[in-house]
Design a protein around this ligand. Structure first.
Ligand code: 6PG
Length: 248
């Protein structure tokens, strides 16, 4: 079993993993609403979570998911218009948001085409949370690239070093184009629950490298995902067996 920060949840295949992640998400949503009246969920883009978002729509066990009390935030976004294929919100809308009973005012796409999207998104967080304090999102779903990036925090990129903002624009040579807008470590690590969803054998080597690195110390600049360490929440790695490298 992989030894990673937080806990590791392994399912035999991606299908079962989606079911188990969906069940955890429902449990956390209900618990958040019972405790605070709302559920703040932040979702990532990429190809890995798309079938999971679709599952959230069709799973009969989730028929009563409390979407009416859910706010949907975006972890990171490419600075392209919403109708561009590379836009994360477009994928999240088409696979999930268009098919669930969630109010438009509870959907929070990043205003990536504006001049200062980071400040605008931070304002939205302040407004919805009704406070200037660092917001604690209830559940953040992250993915991971083969280079160990997460959100749009790429190895050696500027946003890795941002400690005084919740949201940052990330661009430059170290960023896979186009330029991005991303949640920063302070906001990500303030979450009550963080899940990292990784499927498939292609990322097994990366997970091994992360495990080895974590035995010494986190190295966010080289492997950004090692900077994910919730300050007062929990972190669960949701892996299918191929991602662990144990089976193929
Ligand atoms: C994005 C992401 C990013 C993603 C990883 C993994 O917008 O691309 O938020 O961090 O999770 O790049 O992407 P895949 O799931 O496509 O491998």
């Amino acid at each position: 079993m992989l030894n990673l920060t937080g806990s590791v949840h392994v399912a035999p295949d991606a299908d079962q993993l989606y079911d188990e992640l969906a069940a955890s998400l429902l449990g956390i949503a209900v618990e958040s609403i019972n405790a605070r009246g709302l559920f703040h969920l932040a979702l990532s883009g990429g190809s890995t979570p798309e079938p999971f978002y679709h599952r959230l729509v069709i799973d009969p066990n989730l028929r009563h998911f409390p979407w009416l009390q859910t706010h949907l935030w975006i972890v990171d976004e490419r600075r392209v218009p919403e109708d561009d294929d590379r836009n994360n919100y477009r994928m999240i809308r088409e696979s999930l948001a268009d098919h669930i009973p969630i109010k438009t005012r509870q959907l929070h796409p990043m205003p990536v085409m504006e001049n200062d999207p980071a400040a605008l998104y931070e304002d939205q967080l302040r407004q919805v949370f009704g406070s200037d304090d660092l917001p604690r999102l209830d559940f953040i779903l992250l993915g991971m690239g083969a280079d160990a990036h997460t959100a749009s925090l790429f190895p050696h990129s500027d946003a890795i070093h941002v400690t005084d903002r919740w949201i940052a624009v990330n661009k430059g040579d170290a960023v896979t184009p186009p330029p991005r807008v991303t949640m920063t470590y302070p906001l990500l690590n303030a979450a009550r629950h963080l899940g990292v969803l990784v499927t498939g054998s292609k990322k097994a080597d990366t997970l091994r490298k992360i495990e080895t690195q974590l035995q010494t110390a986190p190295a966010p600049d080289e492997m950004p995902i090692t900077g994910i360490a919730p300050t007062d929440g929990d972190l669960v790695w949701y892996l299918d067996a191929p991602a662990t490298g144990i089976v193929d």
